[in-house]
Design a binder for this molecule. Sequence first.
Ligand code: CIZ
Ligand code: SF4
Length: 334
Amino acid sequence: MSNIVEKIQKLKNRLNVTIVAHFYQKDEVFQLADITGDSLELAKKTIDNNSEFIVFCGVAFMGESVKVLNPNKRVVMPKTACCSMAKMIDGKYFDKSVEILKQSGITIENILPVTYINSSAEVKAKVGEMGGLVCTSSNAEKIISNSLKSGKKILFVPDRCLGQNVANKMGLKSEVINLNQGGNSKYLEADILCYDGFCSVHQLFTPEDIDFFREKYPDILVATHPECDPAVVAKSDFVGSTSQIIKFVKNLPLEQKIVIGTEFNLVNRLREKNTFVLSSTKPECSTMNETTLEDLYNTLKSIEDGNPFYEITLDMDIQKNAKLALERMIEAKF
Ligand code: CIZ
Ligand code: SF4
């Protein structure tokens, strides 16, 4: 065992902490975590956890979700890493999107906002305040189909691709909101109005990458994440969240070749044989991957020294309204 790993484990044993890591973390960090999973699993698992401190290895929106659901816990992050998609929208851009829909003739009473969990607590709070809720890539379809029962139009933020992919799968009409123009009557005809955000990692996968693998290995299966462009999703055999992809691959015979379009670290630890990454580049979530063993050690040390750094704090109103949006999803039990 390396020196730093030993030091981390000793420190961890002395402190009242739980280390949490997302699937996209580097292996050496992932292996030291007490709880691993996708962002929703991580937030939910911390609800029953008794530690005073949660050390969250992931990106900011995930740590914030833990804090929103556990206001009395102290949540610290080894790095203030951000998710590029979550950064594409803030409260002002959310308000602007609503304004454009109003200019298009859609009244505020007829808009139900749904935010992908990959958004800041500020945006979740805006959504919660308007009676809306959060979804993840595992439950987006169920949440949207349930939300449409209200007869309202869905304002879906921030991931254009997830919104369009769900709409395509359900046979619904979607439009992407153009923030540089005012109202537009075409928005009146859509069921789902998507904010124009995207993931900088999942946009790397292209339909040509799929053609390449199918030509090379005619029997290969293609699994992609719904954050990929609809043109990529249309050519895939399986589309699912990180947890759903892991489950799908675990149930395949080992001789079945599979190529996967999601973050590199997850794909790399999935299984030993016949597993490929759907890209000629290495699709790493760069900010997520900034967290190192040294960062983890320094964070634990700062807790021991009584001065934890990168502790998440939230404004009370944001905390309250973001919690409404998250709890509506959790209570829906999808
Ligand atoms: O919610 C998550 O953890 C992310 C970022 C993706 C997924 O599909 O699980
Ligand atoms: Fe955000 Fe994309 Fe990284 Fe996921 S992979 S955390 S959506 S930048």
